[in-house]
Design a protein around this ligand. Structure first.
Ligand SMILES: [Zn+2]
Ligand SMILES: [Zn+2]
Length: 191
């Protein structure tokens, strides 16, 4: 696995900021695909139990209001993972949204503290949007996946997927004394 310096432009995608920095434009739009394989080759977004069947989609804008720059980034990642309860494959799309001010590391808009998290930093007139989006996705990507909110999971005894119907284990286990208690509880909670 390659070691990747998170501060360097990773080659995933970067936006040339020259038109904004030079004052020619006050808005730049971007819309591109990022290949999961390219990320994986860099050791990024490489989760053991998650597969990415299609390209990631990165899009948004960078605007400048008289020198104050702000980026609005959307990054969406279609993925396939295993449901934590029933172990079926589940498909979903994970989306991160980033809206942050942008600052240059040189020139008239440069900021002094480069360790700040408050700004997205331009390096050599380029904004490493791919790197920024991938990092954010890595931080926020869910670690547990469910095929649906109310997935019933597997029966701990026979292993049947209970989303497909009940198994017989539950019926056999019902204790007649418990049933009486349940009936009483139901009576009391009615009024
Ligand atoms: Zn499930
Ligand atoms: Zn069962």
């Amino acid at each position: 696995m390659n070691s990747v310096d998170k501060d360097t432009v990773s080659g995933l995608f970067y936006l040339d900021m020259t038109p904004i920095l030079g004052g020619e434009k006050d808005k730049l739009e971007f819309d591109c695909k990022i290949s999961p394989d390219a990320c994986k080759a860099l050791g990024r977004l490489d989760f053991p139990d998650v597969a990415f069947p299609g390209d990631f989609h990165l899009f948004g804008t960078v605007v400048s209001f008289e020198g104050y720059m702000e980026a609005d980034i959307t990054f969406s990642l279609p993925y396939v993972a295993e449901c934590a309860r029933c172990l079926e494959k589940c498909e979903d799309v994970f989306t991160v949204h980033i809206r942050k001010p942008v600052a240059d590391t040189k020139g008239k808009n440069k900021i002094i503290d480069e360790d700040t998290d408050d700004y997205l930093l331009i390096r050599d007139s380029k904004l490493p949007l791919g790197d920024i989006a991938v990092l954010e996705a890595e931080l926020d990507f869910p670690t547990k996946h469910l095929c649906k909110e109310d997935c019933k999971g597997l029966c701990p005894k026979c292993g049947k997927n209970l989303n497909l119907g009940d198994c017989d284990c539950r019926k056999k286990d019902i204790d007649p004394r418990l049933e009486k208690l349940k009936a009483m509880k139901a009576m009391f909670s009615e009024d």
